[in-house]
Design a protein. Structure first.
Length: 601
């Protein structure tokens, strides 16, 4: 028995992480693979039985997992982003929720012919989207400008709102009479606000004090944060059902927007934990489906799903964005992004069980219909969001530009060479002289600290796909690579080799604490600067059939060091220390030409 439990738990993690990896390799939304593998492992093959595996722990485990996801989401919501998008976000989680609830309820009642109370509850459940589905799709599509922030804010903040609405509808149904139901709803809202604010804000403030006064050692920061977050969730839920989601989201937002202590390490821990939780949750919940649930897929349910996509979501967005400063393209894309996720699945399962226990009719329809909507919307939006965003001109289609840390002489020459090839380049340097020189050479440059929030406010990273840390300070280069690792991915953050790369004990040699070494292990900042002082230059050369790479090296007598290659697909490839450049005809090479070969050019 114990062995079966271990196999089951290991299979959930294996299938979840495997789905994430496969999605990354095939460049498709991970949710599609998670749902598919979960369905195969559960109802299709009978290999995985989540209810038998976890028993009564399943629902509490799902609830706490969703709370962790929303807490992590709350920590990604800087209030400053609301200056431009606040009105739209506010309307989406108020007017948009109301429009969605009313329209879904009406369609469930008239089209699916459900009981009115069940229709009300299904409508409340389906107002949520959530970070479990919005986040992965946004990372896959990478929409530009305000669109990404609007969808991120809506996806995170609408979950507590939707969960509370579902709870209040459920309690009103149980109360029965209109007068009793009204009292239940009013008191439910008040209790949620009081309990959520008290638990969320006080837990955040307590954590800030603990870290600020060094009452908690560094190695326990993440664990104490997780403990306080779960405590806030349970405390708030104790006073009002599902208000804990509001509490943890608020707690995350308070931590994200305070300036007293640094919580970046906590954010990174939660981001890594989120991927594992989302993967496991989707496998678990998809595996809970039954083959008999497919009987609910018929012409009426498909029309219901189509109406959610083509009527309900566009109506909600159009009303919410009325008189907002959004283009028709931005409205169109936001209207085409409302996948349902974990919160909808979890709430439908909980309330279906509770209503069936009190003898309500048609409760068996809630879970299969909710999962049909989850699978349908994830599939529709997952397969079409990226092509639509590209058609609308709102997607960062494999951004190739460079963010270069350091604006000294040869860094500016490299930036100019890349910019002349048609790629976006931003330089960052805290040295006022270097920053001024870059601007005088018509290069985009931020004069200040690369780690400052002001930098991200002034630099538009749309079209930027990788980081090159080119300063003379090895530690600063490593810190910059670490800082932007989550933005660009570990494989697209580069730094110069230190002056003594093979020196034992050099912290720069630790792979997880730095970016990929640039150009070659012997090409440190000191070495390139020395070559430049002796007359070296950076030059761009295009190879042809008549002048191939071998001829290129012969022409410069072996004194040409490739730095960047531009291939046939206009893809910019940065040469790392472990790469061997063997470009063919039609390829452009940006290379460092040493002094003795400058005259040959």
């Amino acid at each position: 028995m114990n062995e079966d439990l271990l196999i089951g738990l290991a299979s959930i993690v294996l299938l979840g992480v495997g789905s994430q990896w496969l999605a990354w390799r095939l460049k498709l939304p991970s949710i599609l693979f998670l749902l598919t593998f979960g369905f195969i492992a559960g109802p299709l093959t009978g290999f995985l039985h989540p209810d038998e595996l976890l028993g009564h722990l399943l629902q509490p485990l799902v609830s706490v997992s969703v709370a962790i996801i929303l807490f992590e989401g709350g920590m990604s919501l800087p209030i400053k982003e609301l200056r431009e998008i606040g009105q739209v976000v506010r309307n989406l989680i108020t007017l948009g929720v109301l429009v969605t609830w009313v329209l879904v309820t009406a369609m469930a009642y008239w089209l699916l012919q459900l009981d009115f109370h069940i229709s009300l509850l299904l409508g409340a459940i389906l107002v949520v989207t959530g970070p479990t589905v919005i986040g992965p799709l946004l990372r896959h599509v990478r929409p530009v400008g305000r669109v990404a922030n609007i969808l991120k804010w809506e996806g995170i903040t609408i979950d507590p709102v939707g969960a509370l609405l579902a709870v209040l509808v459920f309690e009103a149904i149980i109360a029965g009479e209109f007068q009793k139901a009204s009292v239940v709803v009013i008191f439910g809202i008040l209790k949620t606000i009081v309990a959520g604010v008290a638990a969320g804000v006080l837990s955040a403030k307590l954590l800030i004090v603990l870290i600020k006064r060094y009452w908690v050692p560094d190695f326990l920061h993440e664990e104490i944060t997780l403990t306080l977050m779960i405590g806030a969730f349970v405390f708030s839920n104790h006073f009002q059902g599902e208000s804990g989601l509001f509490a943890v989201t608020l707690m995350g937002m308070v931590l994200a927007n305070q300036k007293t202590v640094n919580v970046r390490h906590i954010v990174e821990f939660k981001e890594n934990l989120r991927v594992l939780i989302i993967s496991s949750l989707f496998i678990l919940l998809a595996a809970r489906l039954q083959l008999s649930d497919l009987n609910f897929i018929n012409s009426r349910s498909l029309i219901f799903l189509t109406s959610l996509v083509l009527i309900v979501r566009p109506a909600s967005v159009m009303i919410s964005s009325w008189r907002a400063n959004l283009s028709w393209k931005e409205r169109a894309f936001i209207s085409w992004m409302a996948p349902r996720g974990i919160v909808a699945a979890a709430i439908s399962s909980i309330f279906a069980l509770r209503l069936s226990q009190v003898g309500f009719p048609q409760t068996e329809h809630l879970v299969p219909l909710t999962f049909m909507v989850i699978i349908g919307t994830v599939t529709i939006y997952g397969l079409t969001a990226l092509p639509l965003a590209r058609w609308l001109g709102l997607a960062q289609s494999n951004p190739q530009g460079l963010l270069i840390v350091g604006a000294h002489l040869w860094a500016r020459d490299l930036a100019r060479a890349v910019q002349q090839e048609g790629y976006k380049v931003w330089l960052v340097d805290s040295n006022p002289s270097n920053a001024y020189a870059a601007r005088m050479e018509h290069l985009s440059c931020f004069g200040g600290d690369v780690f400052s929030e002001k930098m991200l406010d002034q630099i538009d990273l749309d079209g930027i796909g990788r980081l090159l840390a080119l300063t003379s300070n090895d530690e600063a280069n490593s810190l910059a690579a670490l800082h932007f690792r989550e933005t660009f991915g570990r494989h697209e953050v580069y730094q110069l080799s230190p002056d003594n790369p093979d020196k034992e004990g050099d912290s720069s040699s630790s792979h997880h604490l730095r970016g990929r070494y640039l150009f070659g292990k012997k090409l440190s900042h000191r070495r390139i600067t020395d070559l430049y002082s002796k007359g070296a230059v950076i030059k761009t050369t295009k190879l042809t059939k008549e002048f191939d790479y071998e001829d290129f090296q012969k022409h410069y007598h072996g004194g040409a060091i490739p730095l960047i290659v531009i291939d046939h697909g206009s893809r910019l490839v940065v040469i790392s220390a472990n790469d061997r450049a063997t470009p063919g005809p039609g390829i452009s090479i940006i290379a460092l030409i040493t002094k003795e070969n400058v005259s040959s050019s």
